[in-house]
Design a protein around this ligand. Structure first.
Ligand code: FMN
Length: 397
């Protein structure tokens, strides 16, 4: 069929039917059904199509005014209802309180990025609005720059990855001068993750960071499985963990978060030891010690032979440890381990975590933390809860 004005042939015998068919298709195609956004978007093109068809086709011309008034009426009602619903949802959303606290430090929401999986923050600025994050925990920093381990340092495993990066970093001075200067432009709290070989190293790092503005908290890595000295040695012995924590406590008034290793028999013992030593919070878990072998070469797939397992594969272990620790200490617990969605994060909050960190999932979807924040908010709304604090530790037995 040709349009009266000789325009393009309409794909259907009746232009009115064609228009109605297309309206239905457009709305059916819209992922949110009849949401305000989609009605708004579709209203304009569909109205234009209807107007053109009704005004250009001789047989329907006389009905054009009547039909377009009819469709306009439907759209207007739909839009008004959607707008009212949207406004009431918006005002409920705005009332939801996502804030959480770690000691005297108040965070805008409980979603942080995990050390070593988010670089120094800026690398992710093209993918996610850094200002929306609860905090950025930067790559582990040592007194002097470190080259890390030789490659291969990363291996993909079922539902996770093994890494033996070996704490490569730019060192404290370059971090403060270059990386922190860039991060300070954002309205996001910065947590510096530190590592050392000796108690003295940790003390020096804390003394240096204590004087630096723009650092909200210090996360102390006593749990890295990929280095030969220090690190995990402190995290697997309750006595050493207590000593280290008591010493660094003297060096800084900033909130101290001790990052615990899962490579122990009872993680809650280590958590209690650092709580006694003056920690403001504990974060857990770091990676689980693992290994992979290439059966063709019959050699280990990591140059370091062993590495740290992370990602969804470790989530159940991490969740269990967070729940055990939250029941063993009074200080806040930050949950880490395989968190890839809002549902995962919610499990950790229910188990007693006051906040969570997103790690390996950043490599799959660099915007995942934003999705997790929105998902937590939606869940609170659905559950009729007003604050994330209503959720923390509310696991039903
Ligand atoms: C590539 C890589 C580098 C990491 N580097 C550090 C680090 O420098 N300091 C640290 O405390 N943890 C580091 N981690 C451990 C993570 O912060 C996190 O505790 C662990 O990966 C578990 O969380 P996930 O399963 O969500 O990744 C690293 C993890 C990965 C995968």
């Amino acid at each position: 069929m040709e349009h009266a004005d000789g325009g393009a042939p309409s794909p259907c015998r009746s232009p009115a039917l064609w228009a109605i068919k297309h309206e239905t298709k457009l709305i059916a195609r819209s992922p949110g059904g009849l949401s305000f956004y989609h009605n708004f978007l579709f209203f304009i093109p569909v109205k234009r199509v209807l107007g053109q068809i009704f005004s250009s086709h001789p047989r329907v011309h006389e009905n054009a005014g009547c039909a377009s008034r009819y469709f306009r009426g439907i759209f207007t009602v739909k839009m008004t209802i959607s707008l009212l619903q949207r406004n009431s949802l918006d005002s409920k959303m705005k009332k939801i309180d996502l804030t959480t606290s770690i000691g005297k430090w108040d965070l805008k929401n409980p979603v942080l990025t995990a050390s070593g999986t988010f670089g120094y923050g800026q690398e992710f600025a093209d993918y996610i609005d850094l200002n929306t994050l609860g905090a950025i925990v930067v790559k582990g920093i040592s007194l002097l720059p470190r080259p890390g381990n030789p490659p291969p340092r990363v291996v993909e495993t079922s539902c996770g990855m093994l890494n033996a990066i070996g704490l490569e970093n730019v060192g404290i001075e370059e971090f403060i001068k270059e990386k922190l200067a860039v991060l300070s432009q954002y309205d996001t709290d910065v947590v510096v993750n530190i590592l050392g070989d000796t108690i003295n190293d940790y003390c020096e790092l804390c003394t240096r960071l204590d004087q630096v503005e723009g650092i909200k908290a210090i996360e102390v890595n006593i749990s890295c499985p990929n280095v030969k000295r220090g690190g995990v040695a402190f995290g697997t012995d309750a006595g050493m963990a207590h000593r280290l924590c008591s010493e660094i406590r003297k060096m800084t008034g900033k909130p101290l978060i001790l990052k615990l290793s899962p490579n122990v028999t009872d993680i809650s013992l280590i958590a209690r030891a650092v709580e006694d030593g003056g920690a403001d919070a504990v974060s857990l878990i770091n990676t689980l010690l693992g290994m992979a072998i290439d059966i063709k070469t019959k050699k280990p797939r990591l140059a370091n032979i062993v590495g740290g397992l992370s990602g969804p594969a470790i989530k159940p272990v991490a969740l269990r440890m967070v729940w055990q620790t939250a029941n063993a200490v009074k200080i806040p617990v930050i949950g880490i381990g395989g968190i890839s969605s809002a549902e995962d994060a919610l499990e950790f909050l229910l188990a007693g975590a006051s906040a969570i960190q997103v790690g390996t999932a950043n490599f799959i979807n660099p915007a995942v933390s934003g999705e997790i924040i929105r998902g937590i908010k939606n869940y609170l709304l659905e559950q009729g809860l007003e604050a994330v604090s209503d959720l923390v530790g509310s696991l039903q037995m």
